[in-house]
Design a protein around this ligand. Structure first.
Ligand code: SAH
Ligand code: MG
Length: 224
C-alpha cells in the first residue's frame, strides 16, 4: 500500500531547495503568514520554475486564477520587472489581503486583483496573455480552459499547479473519499491537455505536480 502524500522524496526536495536563492523580505513575510494561516501558496521549487519560464520566454502579460494573498503574483512580478498581471480570486478576504501586500510593494499598477468567481470573470474578459497560471479551484481547470485558450497567444503557456494532488491523481490507493471528484476532474484535464493537438503538454512531478502546456503556432526566436 502506498502511503506517501508528497510526490517528491524529502531528501531530494530539501537538497533542491538548498540551492535556491534567498527570497526578499516581502516574500518571506508572506510565506510566514501563509504558513500560519494554512494558505496553500506555491512551493519554492514551483516558484523557481515559474520564474525560470517567465524569463526564458520573455513573458509580459500574465493571467492568474487563484490569488490568495498575492504570493505567486509577487513571485511572477519579481521574475520580470516589465510584466503585468491580472489575478482572480473569489474570496473577498484574500483579495483584500493580496491588495494590501501588493500595495506595500508599490506594485498595484502592475498587478490587478479581480474579485469574483473565475469562470464568470474569465467569461467577460477579452485580453491576450503570454502565460496563464492556474492555481485555484483544482477541480475546475477544464472549465477554465476554453477561456484560457481564447485569450492565450500562440506560443503562450498554460501553467497548472497541483495537478498530481499529493499523488492521488496517479494512484487510487492514495485517493481519499472527499477528493474523488477533484481527482477525477484533474485526470480529465491532464488527459484532455495531453491529447489536445493545439498544445504540447508536459507533466512534471515538481511540488505537488505541475502541467505546462504550450499553445502551438507561436513564432520561433529566429523569426521574432
Ligand atoms: N496562487 C496562490 C495560491 C492560491 S490558493 C499562491 O501560490 O500564492 C487558491 C485560491 O483560489 C484561494 O484563495 C481560493 O479562494 C481561490 N479560488 C478557488 N476557486 C476559485 C474560483 N472558482 N474562482 C476564483 N478563485 C478561486
Ligand atoms: Mg498550488
Amino acid at each position: 500500500v502506498v502511503i506517501l502524500s508528497k510526490i517528491v522524496y524529502d531528501y531530494i526536495e530539501k537538497y533542491v531547495r538548498s540551492l535556491l536563492n534567498e527570497r526578499g523580505d516581502c516574500l518571506r513575510r508572506m510565506e510566514k503568514y501563509a504558513e500560519e494561516n494554512h494558505i496553500p501558496i506555491i512551493q519554492p521549487e514551483v516558484a523557481n520554475f515559474l520564474s525560470f519560464i517567465i524569463q526564458t520566454k520573455g513573458v509580459k502579460n500574465i493571467l492568474e486564477v487563484g490569488t490568495a494573498i498575492g504570493y505567486s503574483a509577487m513571485v511572477m512580478k519579481n521574475a520580470a520587472a516589465d510584466c503585468r498581471i491580472v489575478t482572480i480570486d473569489r474570496d473577498p478576504g484574500m483579495v483584500e489581503k493580496a491588495r494590501e501586500n501588493i500595495k506595500s510593494e508599490g506594485l498595484e499598477k502592475d498587478i490587478k486583483v479581480v474579485c469574483g468567481d473565475a469562470v464568470e470573470v474569465l467569461s467577460s474578459m477579452e485580453d491576450n496573455f503570454d502565460l496563464i497560471f492556474l492555481d485555484g479551484a483544482k477541480g475546475q481547470y477544464l472549465e477554465f480552459f476554453p477561456h484560457c485558450h481564447r485569450m492565450l497567444k500562440n506560443g503562450g503557456l498554460i501553467f497548472a499547479d497541483n495537478v498530481l494532488f499529493r499523488g492521488m491523481v496517479a494512484n487510487n490507493e492514495l485517493l481519499i473519499r472527499r477528493k474523488i471528484t477533484i481527482v477525477k476532474r484533474m485526470r480529465k484535464y491532464l488527459e484532455f491537455m495531453s491529447k489536445n493537438s493545439d498544445y504540447v503538454t508536459t507533466v512534471l512531478p515538481l511540488g505537488d505536480g505541475v502541467a505546462v502546456s504550450l499553445k502551438k503556432g507561436g513564432r520561433s526566436y529566429e523569426e521574432a
